[in-house]
Write a protein that binds this ligand. Structure first.
Ligand SMILES: [Zn+2]
Length: 327
């Protein structure tokens, strides 16, 4: 291991040190090398001198089933990765500027569902978006009248969000507040110490508060690793994005996400959504969810969910998009 990496001796979710190595390959391997060049060339660019004499190692915890990268970038390299190899301005120009109405409509629809669940005026609700990115979710929740805080690692994104009127707070300031809802969207796959983070966050939930955790679903990642196709596009059947080197250092499936939450005393819930009667209005988003449900193996569904009727099924999110609360 080189000096820019640190070893995770134990599973970052359950703390167990028992597991099996799924793969170990040098970052200098030609396939990985090419993947990394292509992945970062438009976002900023990678500097291989920091990856010399370093292996990409995937472990599977034998207790909770989390698949995780055993050696991860230290603070210095993390900063380099998220600020230089991924250049915020280039990312903004590439992705954020061209986001279409569908993206914002989706965020709005999710926030409406959350507000409906609490059955309170939005002005009575207080939300936190943990690692908010550019702050789009915060802006929309704020426009409904909710009190919204955001946290973020990248200074460029913080500055942008503040310019849009978002109240950005520091990690330590979270402890001074109590929230009805904590949003974590595509965050926990990146965090070195997920157990500490989830325990810290839920201390700031109100008694009936909810935390959302949405992470890439790696339910069949071992099969994808057998194919070892680092050219497979994100979202395709063979994509290895859920175990992306350096960045996706934790790879969850439904089971291991439940295990993380259970260890912290959380229970999963479904939002109390009203089922729409006008199928034309809901057809697009629900068709997408139905596709996900159909393609998801039944063995991954718990017994209570299998007993639900098809319409109820459509109102509950599967896989690794989940809502939790304290009992
Ligand atoms: Zn574990």
């Amino acid at each position: 291991m080189n000096k820019y990496f640190i070893l995770r001796r134990n599973c970052p979710s359950c703390g167990c040190n028992d597991g099996i190595q799924l793969c170990r390959i040098a970052y200098s391997n030609s396939t990985l090398h090419e993947y990394l060049i292509n992945f970062y060339k438009f976002q900023g660019g990678i500097e291989f001198k920091y990856l010399q004499d370093q292996d990409y190692i995937l472990f599977e915890c034998s207790v909770c089933g989390l698949i995780y990268q055993k050696e991860i970038p230290n603070d210095f390299l993390m900063h380099k990765l998220y600020n230089i190899w991924i250049d915020p301005q280039k990312c903004f120009d590439l992705y954020e500027k061209s986001r279409g109405i569908e993206y914002f409509a989706y965020l709005s629809s999710e926030i409406v569902d959350i507000i409906k669940h609490f059955d309170q005026p939005p002005t009575d609700l207080k939300f936190l978006d943990f690692s908010m990115g550019w702050g789009h979710w915060c802006q929309i929740a704020q426009s409904f009248g909710c009190t919204v805080h955001g946290t973020e690692y990248s200074q460029s994104r913080i500055d942008y969000a503040r310019s849009k009127g978002i109240n950005v707070i520091s990690y330590s300031e979270i402890a001074n507040h109590r929230y009805d809802f904590i949003n974590t969207e595509q965050v926990f796959e990146h965090l070195p110490d997920i157990r500490t983070t989830v325990n810290f966050l839920i201390k700031s939930l109100k008694s009936n508060g909810i935390i959302k955790i949405n992470v890439p679903n790696g339910w069949n990642i071992k099969k994808r690793l057998e194919k070892w196709d680092w050219t497979a596009l994100k979202g395709s059947n063979d994509s290895l994005n859920p175990v992306a080197p350096l960045e996706h250092i934790n790879c969850f499936d439904h089971h291991s996400l439940i295990e993380l939450a259970t260890h912290s005393g959380l229970v999963s819930i479904a939002l109390q959504k009203k089922v729409e009667s006008n199928t034309r209005n809901i057809s697009k988003s629900l068709k997408k969810r139905l596709k996900r449900i159909i393609s998801f193996p039944l063995k991954h569904l718990d017994s209570t969910r299998q007993s639900l009727n098809p319409l109820q099924e459509l109102t509950i999110d599967k896989g690794t998009y989940m809502f939790f609360k304290l009992p």
